[in-house]
Ligand binder design. Structure first.
Ligand code: FCB
Length: 621
């Protein structure tokens, strides 16, 4: 655990809301938890080790493009701090970490020459994750196209970029595929295509409808080409793509509003879902955009390539859209949502920027009065359940993973060093409940990734919008887990895979021992008790998915009971490193008395005291 990271104490554990356990019980035992980031948003070090500029470096240079004039130049400096960040992920305890690979680090010329130092960075990161028992989940493209491909070919508007992407994907897969089992090709092609090429509010900042459609097609083509090539190499890996999807509804039953909703739904959802899952573009949208040369754009075989079978579909959910046809007189504008799109400043007038929804210039969005996040987005967990149910009902979907969900809030470190963010805890809890509701109704949802692990560079909105579970002070690079990080840590620790099997006497005794030695001293005690009542103690000991502090306490208590004092000392040191307090360790050992008698407990306690003193002489127990 990183130095200075506060540790959950027995006292604070006692004040935990019971909802953590209740919520955990509502989700499947093998539900996968994770956190997510993206390369450009956290890495910084934009000129290190041969990396070439990406379209975001270029876009950040445009005057006024990024709120506050921020850039991704340093952001969280994760490129240099990855090891401590990986330790922090280990402390958090979620099984997966979803991060993206920077294309210009690996192929600085877009294609061709491989920059080994770029690949080496990701291998170091993988090692650090591995040391912390965290599984990698890779996104190949999270928006940082090499600028050279933008300048040379026009970026995603050009077909050649799809082919270059497949090359990049295979280079990364060949180099790191021995260590990564979960791969998503693209993150949110909607944003890359429609904010990047129609609204111009994201890199590369182009404003041209047909280019946006071309970019969308080439992104999906690149996805299909890459996925096919990677799967040929490793059919055992799990491949998918992440889409940002939203429920879209009409503001009223009026025909014009219904039609507005249909058109927005086509651009945001069906334009991606239909080709990827069904192998066709939505006919209504194709017919509505005659300015697009569809025949030239979509070549024979493209749709079959795009519709590669998926092992998983990543869904990013942030909000719903309520659409209506704008009053041509402009009279309705005052009541329309000020944050019409996901990436405009909440304070900016909706009409100030071109719409990303090509061919929907006459559509505006209506606020529903729900509370909003710092992004101006309405908080709407029911929308998530609706969305998941729709996918389940209307599309032949593979297993689903919520690959992003979270909220921005103006979090600050308080005088006591704590970051209190009850709003985010409520946000995460209600959205996970929405996941549970969908699962109850038959949706095959397998996991949830909180956006984001760290506060980071929020694209056009710069460093001011804070999405992290962990607060980042950009001046000092100090990381401070927010209250939501403790909450999430607690939730993921409550993973309760029930091991079945016949318990023999030893196992029952072991389980009882574990139950007593962790009760009241660890926030995981309750779920762990559930686990151990049906589990063999040895198996508990060896379950890698249990959080390290828990395994440490279990191990310490068992070694104390067995009287293996040399090993006990080793594991006491490990427990301290894993964030257990001396009090927790001592408590775990006291219960030795129940099984081995008071003298054995006393002997074990001496070992604990001596080891703790040695580890931290100034503040030993
Ligand atoms: C998504 C992006 C992610 C982050 C969140 C807030 O659209 O995938 O990088 O910016 O929004």
């Amino acid at each position: 655990m990183p130095e200075g990271t506060p540790v959950m104490t027995a006292a604070s554990a006692a004040t935990l809301p019971p909802s953590v356990t209740d919520l955990r019980r509502r989700l499947p035992a093998d539900f996968a938890f994770g956190t997510a980031t993206a390369a450009y948003q956290i890495e910084g070090a934009v000129a290190a080790d041969g990396r070439s500029p990406s379209i975001w470096d270029a876009y950040c240079e445009r005057p006024g493009a990024i709120l506050g004039g921020d850039t991704g130049e340093t952001t969280c400096d994760h490129y240099h701090r990855y090891a401590a960040d990986a330790d922090l992920l280990g402390w958090l305890g979620a099984r997966f970490y979803r991060f993206s690979i920077s294309w210009p680090r690996v192929l600085p010329e877009g294609s061709g020459r491989i920059e080994q130092r770029g690949l080496d960075f990701y291998r170091r990161l993988l090692d650090a994750l591995d040391r912390n028992g965290v599984e990698p989940w890779v996104t190949l493209y999270h928006w940082d196209l090499p600028q050279v491909l933008q300048e040379r070919d026009g970026g995603w508007a050009a077909r050649s970029t799809a082919e270059a992407f497949a090359e990049f994907a295979l280079v990364v897969h060949d180099a790191l595929g021995d260590r990564i089992a979960h791969w998503t090709t693209l993150n949110e092609p909607f944003c890359s295509a429609f904010y990047g090429y129609a609204a111009g509010t994201q890199a590369p900042g182009v404003v041209d409808g047909p280019s946006a459609i071309a970019a969308g097609h080439h992104l999906m083509l690149g996805h299909g080409l890459a996925l096919r090539a990677m799967r040929e190499r490793r059919p055992d890996h799990r491949f998918g793509v992440t889409l940002n999807l939203s429920p879209v509804e009409a503001a009223t039953a009026a025909a014009a509003d219904q039609d507005a909703a249909r058109r927005i739904d086509a651009r945001r959802n069906r334009f991606f879902l239909d080709p990827i899952l069904r192998g066709s573009y939505p006919a209504d949208m194709v017919a509505e955009l005659p300015q697009v040369d569809w025949e030239h754009l979509v070549r024979p075989g493209d749709l079959a390539t795009i519709a590669q079978p998926l092992d998983l579909l990543g869904v990013n959910y942030y909000r719903r859209f309520v659409a209506r046809a704008a009053d041509p007189s402009g009279a309705s504008a005052a009541s329309a949502s000020p944050a019409a799109d996901t990436l405009v400043d909440a304070e900016a007038p909706a009409a100030a920027e071109p719409t990303p929804h090509v061919g929907c210039e006459d559509v505006e969005f209506v606020a529903t009065g729900r509370p909003r996040t710092q992004m101006g987005w309405e908080i709407d967990p029911e929308g998530l359940t609706e969305l998941l149910l729709r996918l389940h009902r209307d599309y032949p979907v593979p297993p689903l993973y919520l690959t992003e969900n979270g909220m921005a809030h103006a979090d600050e470190v308080g005088a006591d060093g704590r970051v209190a963010d009850p709003e985010r805890i409520a946000y995460l809890r209600t959205h996970l409940e929405a996941c549970a509701d969908a699962i109850d109704r038959g949706v095959d949802l397998r996991g949830y990734f909180a956006w984001s692990f760290l506060d980071n560079f929020e694209w056009s909105l710069g460093l001011e919008r804070r999405f992290g579970l962990v607060h980042v002070d950009y001046e000092t690079q100090q990381r401070t887990p927010k209250d939501s990080a403790y909450w999430y840590r607690d939730l993921v620790a409550a993973e309760t895979p029930r091991l079945r099997g016949t318990a023999n006497r030893t196992e029952v005794l072991g389980a009882e021992h574990v139950r007593r030695s962790t009760a009241g001293v660890d926030p995981l005690a309750a779920p762990l008790q559930d686990l151990v009542t049906t589990a063999c103690w040895g198996t508990v000991w060896e379950r890698p998915e249990l959080p390290r502090p828990t395994r440490s306490l279990v191990t310490v208590s068992l070694l104390a009971a067995l009287g293996h004092h040399d090993e006990l000392a080793v594991h006491v040191r490990g427990a301290l490193r894993n964030g257990c307090t001396p009090e927790q360790i001592a408590e775990a050992v006291t219960h030795t008395a129940v099984y081995a008698g008071a003298p054995a407990a006393l002997a074990a306690m001496r070992v604990v005291v001596a080891t703790v003193r040695e580890a931290s002489p100034q503040d030993g127990p």
